[in-house]
Design a protein around this ligand. Sequence first.
Ligand code: GLV
Ligand code: MN
Ligand code: MN
Ligand code: MN
Length: 436
Amino acid sequence: PPVTPSQLKIPTPVVDPATVPAQLVDLAKLSDSELSAGVTRLIFTDSDMAGRAYVRSLMERAGLVVREDAMGNIFGRWVGSQPDLPAVGSGSHIDAIPNSGAYDGTLGVLGPIEAIRALRRAGFKPKRSIEVLMFTSEEPTRFGISCVGSRAMAGKLDPKHLDSLADILVPDGGTFRQAALKAGYANTTADTEDMVKQCSLGEYGTYYDSFLELHIEQGPDLEDEELSIGIVTAIAAPAAIRCAFTGDGGHAGGQVMSRRNDALLAAATLTIAVEKLALDTGSNDTVATVGVLRVGPGAINSVPRTAEMEIDVRDVVGARRDEVVSKIISYGEQIAESRNVRWSHDIVNSDPPETCAPKVVSAVEAAAKRLNLGHKRMVSRAYHDSLFMAEVAPTGMLFIPCHEGYSHRPDEFASAEDIKNGIEALALALASLSLA
Ligand code: GLV
Ligand code: MN
Ligand code: MN
Ligand code: MN
């Protein structure tokens, strides 16, 4: 797209390459990981609460007007010259799955704060307000469901279903809302339904005019092709299945093989089938993972009585993904029958893929061109809060390279130069969207 006259009025923002990398290192210290390089920050734990305080302090230092909603989503607003217009949003998450890295999500929260500071330094004045967001629980680790905050904003979170999801952190613990209450949120809400409703951002396009998320690629393409900016055109859709096989357990010595109904053997059979069903579509875009397997009672001298699994299935083609999901479920049923164990399952979520909005895609492309940064259009194989923000307003994403494409592991890394480039492009794109 051509650089428009209004974009030409935007002074070039300059980001110091050391600032955000140092903040990311500070934030990574707020972690419960047992690995020295790893980050673990589950939602509403003490480390998450410390991370939230850190984000609020950076927002305040940047002169943003800070508010939090009933689920702990944090908003920091740079008020524009026309504050009543729908704003431009940019944000991501700081929660981190066990033993993961310092960049996933965090860059998309700290990056826009620094982008705003750079725009201020350059003398830019926004027309629409520009708002930074930190979403609650993008990661599904604690309650099994992803993007909890952004789902609620989009009106896509079923409160009854949320209440039904077990907390894996506190066994026999309460609901998401109870955890939120303990963290000091949700205290103005009557129940989960009320909490979820309070977080909705209303009709499409009324709260935000556009939304743009900065993220590490979490894949190797940009690094391989020596490009600085990935302009996301579509976001692949995840489905999550929580399921369990239940047998009767028994003594690992006393019970002969022929008299067992071993729940783990059923789960192992299903695990191998999950790989095959994903491969069978013949597309690289279909991926399926058994990321959780909990065996009970978990004793060397007991036949496994329970095997609880969490299965993640994704594709850029929603229908193909759904077919794999239904095959996994019917195969689980068959395995249970043939091994004489009981079977239960819950599809925790199965979200449609999203296409990014042309106006946001063009704003990022124009910014990359103006900064002379190598760029290309690409799809996101990981999911992000943007999947749900796309239901709130025209939405896009901008990726920067990360080392070897590593993510969700301790050696996740993005260079200071790539971070600087990403934030400068983000700043220009946000500025131009704020003038639209
Ligand atoms: C979210 O982190 C994902 O798994 O894509
Ligand atoms: Mn992640
Ligand atoms: Mn992320
Ligand atoms: Mn993600």
